[in-house]
Design a protein around this ligand. Structure first.
Ligand code: IMP
Length: 178
Protein backbone atom coordinates (compact mmCIF):
# COMPACT_ATOMS: atom_id res chain seq x y z
CA UNK A 1 0.00 0.00 0.00
CA UNK A 2 1.27 3.47 -0.87
CA UNK A 3 0.23 7.04 -0.43
CA UNK A 4 -0.34 9.90 -2.81
CA UNK A 5 -1.19 13.56 -2.34
CA UNK A 6 -4.86 14.51 -2.41
CA UNK A 7 -6.59 17.87 -2.68
CA UNK A 8 -5.57 21.03 -0.87
CA UNK A 9 -7.45 21.49 2.40
CA UNK A 10 -5.69 24.74 3.42
CA UNK A 11 -3.86 26.91 0.91
CA UNK A 12 -0.69 28.85 1.72
CA UNK A 13 -2.66 32.14 1.58
CA UNK A 14 -5.33 30.89 3.95
CA UNK A 15 -2.66 29.65 6.35
CA UNK A 16 -0.71 32.94 6.18
CA UNK A 17 -3.86 34.99 6.92
CA UNK A 18 -4.75 32.85 9.92
CA UNK A 19 -1.17 32.88 11.27
CA UNK A 20 -1.33 36.71 11.26
CA UNK A 21 -4.62 36.62 13.19
CA UNK A 22 -3.22 34.17 15.75
CA UNK A 23 -0.14 36.35 16.26
CA UNK A 24 -2.36 39.38 16.74
CA UNK A 25 -4.47 37.51 19.35
CA UNK A 26 -1.33 36.38 21.17
CA UNK A 27 0.12 39.91 21.17
CA UNK A 28 -3.14 41.45 22.40
CA UNK A 29 -3.42 38.94 25.24
CA UNK A 30 0.22 39.43 26.22
CA UNK A 31 -0.21 43.20 26.47
CA UNK A 32 2.62 45.70 26.63
CA UNK A 33 5.96 45.00 28.30
CA UNK A 34 5.27 41.31 28.52
CA UNK A 35 7.78 38.62 27.79
CA UNK A 36 6.86 35.35 26.14
CA UNK A 37 8.67 32.05 25.77
CA UNK A 38 7.41 30.27 22.66
CA UNK A 39 8.06 26.54 22.92
CA UNK A 40 7.91 24.65 19.63
CA UNK A 41 7.43 20.90 19.52
CA UNK A 42 9.77 19.39 16.94
CA UNK A 43 9.64 18.59 14.17
CA UNK A 44 6.29 19.55 12.68
CA UNK A 45 5.61 22.76 14.62
CA UNK A 46 8.93 24.36 13.61
CA UNK A 47 7.44 25.50 10.29
CA UNK A 48 4.35 27.07 11.87
CA UNK A 49 6.33 28.58 14.77
CA UNK A 50 8.82 30.44 12.58
CA UNK A 51 6.00 32.08 10.61
CA UNK A 52 4.02 32.83 13.79
CA UNK A 53 6.80 34.53 15.76
CA UNK A 54 7.74 36.74 12.80
CA UNK A 55 4.20 38.18 12.93
CA UNK A 56 4.60 39.21 16.58
CA UNK A 57 5.35 42.90 17.24
CA UNK A 58 8.97 44.01 17.72
CA UNK A 59 8.16 45.56 21.11
CA UNK A 60 7.26 42.19 22.60
CA UNK A 61 10.08 40.34 24.38
CA UNK A 62 9.89 37.00 22.56
CA UNK A 63 12.16 34.01 23.24
CA UNK A 64 12.01 30.79 21.22
CA UNK A 65 12.91 27.34 22.46
CA UNK A 66 12.25 23.82 21.16
CA UNK A 67 11.49 20.39 22.57
CA UNK A 68 11.26 16.98 20.98
CA UNK A 69 9.04 14.48 22.78
CA UNK A 70 7.06 11.26 22.39
CA UNK A 71 4.44 9.91 24.76
CA UNK A 72 4.60 6.35 25.96
CA UNK A 73 1.49 4.22 25.78
CA UNK A 74 -0.69 2.52 23.20
CA UNK A 75 -3.97 3.32 21.46
CA UNK A 76 -6.17 2.51 24.41
CA UNK A 77 -4.05 3.35 27.40
CA UNK A 78 -1.58 6.10 27.98
CA UNK A 79 1.09 5.74 30.62
CA UNK A 80 1.18 9.48 31.28
CA UNK A 81 4.92 9.57 30.66
CA UNK A 82 6.55 11.83 28.11
CA UNK A 83 9.91 10.77 26.75
CA UNK A 84 12.12 13.75 26.06
CA UNK A 85 14.49 13.44 23.11
CA UNK A 86 15.53 17.08 23.22
CA UNK A 87 14.78 19.33 26.17
CA UNK A 88 14.46 23.13 26.46
CA UNK A 89 17.70 25.08 26.64
CA UNK A 90 16.43 27.53 29.26
CA UNK A 91 14.37 27.39 32.45
CA UNK A 92 10.69 28.38 32.14
CA UNK A 93 10.22 29.06 35.86
CA UNK A 94 8.36 32.37 36.28
CA UNK A 95 7.91 32.76 32.50
CA UNK A 96 4.82 33.19 30.32
CA UNK A 97 4.98 30.13 28.10
CA UNK A 98 3.09 29.34 24.91
CA UNK A 99 3.47 25.80 23.59
CA UNK A 100 3.20 25.68 19.80
CA UNK A 101 2.16 22.41 18.18
CA UNK A 102 1.29 21.56 14.57
CA UNK A 103 -1.76 19.38 15.24
CA UNK A 104 -3.66 18.06 18.24
CA UNK A 105 -5.21 14.67 17.57
CA UNK A 106 -5.90 12.35 20.53
CA UNK A 107 -4.42 15.05 22.75
CA UNK A 108 -2.29 12.55 24.68
CA UNK A 109 1.13 13.92 23.75
CA UNK A 110 0.15 17.48 24.49
CA UNK A 111 -1.59 16.72 27.79
CA UNK A 112 1.43 14.76 29.05
CA UNK A 113 3.77 17.49 27.91
CA UNK A 114 1.70 20.19 29.63
CA UNK A 115 1.84 18.25 32.92
CA UNK A 116 5.61 18.09 32.61
CA UNK A 117 5.97 21.79 31.81
CA UNK A 118 3.57 22.78 34.62
CA UNK A 119 5.86 21.05 37.11
CA UNK A 120 8.58 23.52 36.10
CA UNK A 121 6.52 26.42 37.55
CA UNK A 122 5.93 28.81 34.65
CA UNK A 123 3.83 31.90 35.50
CA UNK A 124 1.42 30.96 32.73
CA UNK A 125 1.17 28.08 30.27
CA UNK A 126 -0.88 28.38 27.08
CA UNK A 127 -1.29 26.26 23.95
CA UNK A 128 -1.35 27.32 20.32
CA UNK A 129 -2.08 24.70 17.65
CA UNK A 130 -2.35 25.17 13.93
CA UNK A 131 -4.79 22.27 13.42
CA UNK A 132 -7.29 20.62 15.72
CA UNK A 133 -8.71 17.17 14.86
CA UNK A 134 -11.30 17.56 17.59
CA UNK A 135 -13.28 14.40 16.68
CA UNK A 136 -10.32 12.22 17.70
CA UNK A 137 -9.74 13.65 21.17
CA UNK A 138 -9.17 11.03 23.89
CA UNK A 139 -8.21 13.41 26.63
CA UNK A 140 -9.20 17.00 27.28
CA UNK A 141 -6.61 19.60 26.31
CA UNK A 142 -7.24 23.31 26.74
CA UNK A 143 -6.29 24.92 23.43
CA UNK A 144 -5.95 28.71 23.83
CA UNK A 145 -5.20 29.54 20.19
CA UNK A 146 -6.37 27.31 17.32
CA UNK A 147 -5.71 27.90 13.63
CA UNK A 148 -8.26 25.55 12.06
CA UNK A 149 -10.52 22.72 13.16
CA UNK A 150 -10.27 19.94 10.59
CA UNK A 151 -12.06 16.62 9.97
CA UNK A 152 -10.59 13.25 10.90
CA UNK A 153 -8.49 12.72 7.76
CA UNK A 154 -4.72 12.50 7.45
CA UNK A 155 -3.08 15.69 6.21
CA UNK A 156 0.47 16.70 5.21
CA UNK A 157 2.42 19.83 4.38
CA UNK A 158 3.49 22.99 6.22
CA UNK A 159 5.49 20.83 8.64
CA UNK A 160 3.15 17.85 8.82
CA UNK A 161 4.50 14.57 7.50
CA UNK A 162 3.46 11.12 6.42
CA UNK A 163 6.32 8.70 7.24
CA UNK A 164 8.74 11.61 7.02
CA UNK A 165 7.49 12.86 3.65
CA UNK A 166 5.85 16.08 2.49
CA UNK A 167 6.73 18.39 5.38
CA UNK A 168 8.08 20.88 2.85
CA UNK A 169 4.78 21.52 1.02
CA UNK A 170 3.54 25.10 1.21
CA UNK A 171 -0.13 24.07 1.23
CA UNK A 172 -1.76 21.52 3.53
CA UNK A 173 -3.16 18.57 1.59
CA UNK A 174 -5.04 15.37 2.22
CA UNK A 175 -3.23 12.06 1.81
CA UNK A 176 -4.86 9.28 -0.20
CA UNK A 177 -4.03 5.62 0.43
CA UNK A 178 -3.65 3.54 -2.74
P1 IMP B 1 -1.74 13.14 19.67
O1 IMP B 1 -2.56 14.40 19.82
O2 IMP B 1 -0.98 12.75 20.90
O3 IMP B 1 -2.60 11.99 19.19
O4 IMP B 1 -0.64 13.30 18.55
C1 IMP B 1 -0.41 14.44 17.82
C2 IMP B 1 0.67 14.10 16.82
O5 IMP B 1 0.17 13.16 15.86
C3 IMP B 1 1.07 15.31 16.00
O6 IMP B 1 2.12 16.04 16.60
C4 IMP B 1 1.47 14.69 14.69
O7 IMP B 1 2.82 14.30 14.73
C5 IMP B 1 0.64 13.43 14.57
N1 IMP B 1 -0.54 13.59 13.65
C6 IMP B 1 -1.84 13.45 13.96
N2 IMP B 1 -2.62 13.65 12.88
C7 IMP B 1 -1.79 13.91 11.85
C8 IMP B 1 -2.00 14.21 10.44
O8 IMP B 1 -3.12 14.28 9.91
N3 IMP B 1 -0.88 14.43 9.71
C9 IMP B 1 0.39 14.38 10.24
N4 IMP B 1 0.62 14.10 11.54
C10 IMP B 1 -0.46 13.87 12.34
Amino acid sequence: MGYKLGEVILSRDTIARRVKELASDIANDAGKDKSLVIVGILTGAAFFLTDLVRELPEELDVRVDFMSVASYGDDTKSSGVVRIFHDLKSSIEGKNVIVVEDIVDSGLTLSHLLELLKSRDPTSLKVCVLLDKYERRKTEVKVDYCGFRIPDKFVVGYGLDCAGMWRHLKDIKYVIEE
